[in-house]
Design a protein around this ligand. Sequence first.
Ligand SMILES: [Cu+2]
Length: 510
Amino acid sequence: MLSFSDWVRALPAIMLTAFALNAEAQSFRVQCPTTTALHPVPPANPLSNPVGGQIKCQQISGGDGYATMADGTQTYLFAFGPLSGLADIRNGLPGTQPASIFNTIGDSDAVGDPTATNFNGAVGLVPDPESVPAGQLNGHVDPRAIMDVGVLNGNMPAPLMAIDEDDEFFLTLTNVGQIMRPDLFEQHTVHFHGYPNASAYYDGVPDASVAINVGGSFTYYYLAPDAGTYFWHCHITPPEHLQMGMVGQLYVRPRQNRVPLGGTLYTALLAQQSDPRTKCDNDILCSSPLPPVNNVKRVNNKSGTPTLYAYNDGDGTTAYDVEYPIQIHGFDPNFHYVGMTFNPENLTDMKDKYFLLNGRSYPDTVSAGPMKTQGVDGVERPSQPLSTIVNIPVGGRALLRISDLDVTEHQTLASLGIPMRVVGYNAKLLRDLAGNNLAYDTNSITLGGGESLDVILDASDTTRYPVGRTFYLFTPNLDHLSNDAENFGGLMTEVRICASVDPATKACGS
Ligand SMILES: [Cu+2]
């Protein structure tokens, strides 16, 4: 029996043991299994897998960073940054990877260099020297590589994510701390906005679940919900962390993309009625009521590859050639300045003065490639990787996945010349309960924060939309066409009709 004074004398040894155990257990980890009960066969080819889909993984940092506004101001962010899929994110693509790519060890250059562009695996992943047998890839990471890449490497918007229906998605959040605010020890979480019947553990609401401390990792798990455009954000003090930049898009592609070329879409939709998650017999909440019987088949799109669809429509009405995330957001520069300094924030005074499409204001919306921002350490990091140029192959259709991530204001976006066909709202296909198509054409849409719309720009009339023609997407709220004190900026971007569009880079071909 130890006396109290024995306990006090033993404390340093007890604490050392605790730290040693902690170091052994590691507080940073990733998790990306190659097989699960639902996907038992690696590598999972979504076409050969009996349940469809595959295992997808992504690693993100929670921390801070800087973004460059269109008037040149460098704005401080609380932000998520990429810790996997770095090469794809730099190219404006989703960073989500199949397990086989996520579980790849990078060369030392790619692992240690935040500007490396050639690596899509998990940053920090190394063989575990203590595994039995030694050297297994079991999620053990080298925290140095994670800190080297993750610190001050926040993105605006947060890393883009995309999965397919029937995928299992393992999303690891690693909190690298906020180096500009050493007085803060902010926790972060991931909230998958719109995820149906979420488990509290993976819902990211801190008062009902876990939140991730500085120096820790947590892997969220999702079975892909119905196809559609969703978003995700940190749920710690949401008005503050969303205003500061901790919000991004997540979309789910439909099973209909797996219908073989020449296959009948309606037959595929009928087959889905045997799946309890999506069948519509007496369920008024069913996501895709059957359309009238038809014989529409899957064909090739303008890029010569099988057409993709926004939803399981059963009739091809949501077909598109190219897709573009359009994430609307607003920044209040005063709030961001106060967030970087050590002053109390006034949430009721929040007033956006920068209006952003994918983290950029016009004219930065139409500059190609990642935008970089120099941090206080002199390193230039890709802070806003996603441009907002909408290139449409002549005679083709573009799917705009529009989400409003704004904290303070409603946002309106208008299209002149090419009507916006609204086919989905808040990740639901627009159909009535009898399956009738409720899609409509409009020249403007208005969204509140937290809403999303799927819009198709149909440029199939080549007389009206010939190669070389440029159209504009812009807000008719004229006070949102500015970059703080500068006019002629804000929520505006270009839609260009191209001879062809590279499906990988979305670049305009001549
Ligand atoms: Cu946060």
